[in-house]
Design a protein around this ligand. Structure first.
Ligand SMILES: [Zn+2]
Length: 373
């Protein structure tokens, strides 16, 4: 039997526009809903700093058992076109009417959480302390979660409900991503009359490249030089070159090492040939890698087994709030909640997957181990 209340909650949530930076009205609605459910609702004051439409919200379902606290997290913003969303049900799947995204990313997660809380209360299911964390501005660079003071969250282990595909799939790892830009300055000279007066940045590049690894370096590591640009005439010794590239690895140390290798290759080559070099490296995302031995995975594996859900471990190519939580010391995986074709007007979600996700959230809460004092 399909859960009407869940679908109604979801439809209501997506009808309140909350494209990134414009989350205000949605936050007001969500704060009211959480208060109505009797949760202890707190906000940080990150909005001053982030200039988003709302603060981060931490809502606590106070425990009536001494189980390890857990947290669940969703983001409250959507991508455009996300205004005036109307939900249409076709064969058990929820779609938008076609002009907008659906917003299941990530409001399906929020609807799942609200429904799980209602079922726990309706059925008087005993539980430890559970924290629900809602962050704005995820889609424009994990801005809300990055500004969140993690001391507001007691739980060490958490589940982000913000991944596509069937329930049971779980993102256990995500790469650290570095992007870099190298500017090499040599000395121009007439290539036919006095080339010896020039410093060719081509020589620098040729010297540096053999020491820079690119392509697939191992199962979870890639590196690429994606842009090389410079020069404008055949008769001028090339004196200016820009090189842009990236490095991705689930192994944070390895990503860092590759950045250092690239940096010293360009520095040494520039020095040898008398060129100047400036290298700008930015860490765009901090990855994570959670093993089956981790408590957060142990609990997931046990809960999925109880429900007879098949667990499929995935490595993500992109970032989510899970990256931020892990970077800040929590242990967090990202659970698939059923949506497909995100960030397009073809986005949809099967109702059955949302229901399966509600059961998974409840099962995780039920099975959270007894707290060791
Ligand atoms: Zn999302």
């Amino acid at each position: 039997m399909l859960n009407k209340r869940l679908v109604q909650t979801f439809s209501r949530l997506v009808q309140i526009n909350s494209v990134s930076k414009n989350e205000t009205r949605f936050h007001t609605y969500l704060l009211n809903s959480l208060n109505d459910l009797g949760l202890v609702v707190r906000e940080d004051d990150s909005r001053n700093q982030t200039k988003l439409g709302g603060n981060n919200i931490v809502a606590t379902l106070v425990g009536n058992m001494k189980n390890e606290p857990l947290f669940f997290s969703c983001h409250t913003d959507t991508v455009p076109p996300g205004e005036g969303i109307e939900v249409e049900e076709i064969d058990g799947n929820l779609y938008s009417k076609g002009e907008t995204i659906l917003g299941a990313d990530d409001k399906a997660g929020i609807a799942i959480i609200l429904e799980a809380i209602k079922q726990i209360q309706d059925q008087s299911i005993p539980h430890g302390t559970i924290e629900f964390v809602f962050c704005p501005g995820e889609e424009i660079g994990l801005i809300g979660s990055s500004a969140l003071d993690m001391s507001l969250i007691e739980a060490k282990n958490g589940y982000v409900l913000d991944s596509g595909g069937p329930v049971g799939h779980v993102t256990i790892a995500s790469p650290t991503l570095y992007m870099y830009e190298v500017v090499i300055e040599g000395q121009a000279a007439h290539a036919g009359i006095e080339p010896e007066k020039g410093v060719s940045v081509v020589d620098v590049l040729a010297e540096a490249l053999p020491a820079i690894k690119t392509g697939r370096l191992d199962d979870n590591t890639t590196a690429n030089i994606g842009l090389i640009k410079g020069g404008d005439a055949t008769n001028v010794v090339l004196d200016h070159l820009i090189v842009k590239g990236e490095i991705r690895s689930v192994d944070i140390e390895k990503a860092h090492r590759l950045v250092q290798e690239m940096t010293s290759a360009f520095q040494q080559a520039s020095e040898k040939h008398g060129a100047a070099v400036s290298i700008n490296t930015s860490k765009m995302a901090t990855g994570f890698d959670i093993s089956d031995d981790d408590q957060v995975m142990q609990l997931l594996l046990k809960s999925a087994e109880n429900l007879e859900y098949e667990v499929m471990r995935e490595v993500s190519g992109g970032g989510s709030d899970a990256n931020v939580f892990n970077e800040k010391g929590k242990r967090v995986v990202n659970l698939s909640i059923g949506y497909e074709n995100i960030h397009t007007t073809d986005e949809y979600i099967p109702i059955i997957e949302m229901e399966r996700a509600v059961q998974l959230v409840i099962e995780l809460i039920k099975n959270s181990p007894t707290k060791v004092e």
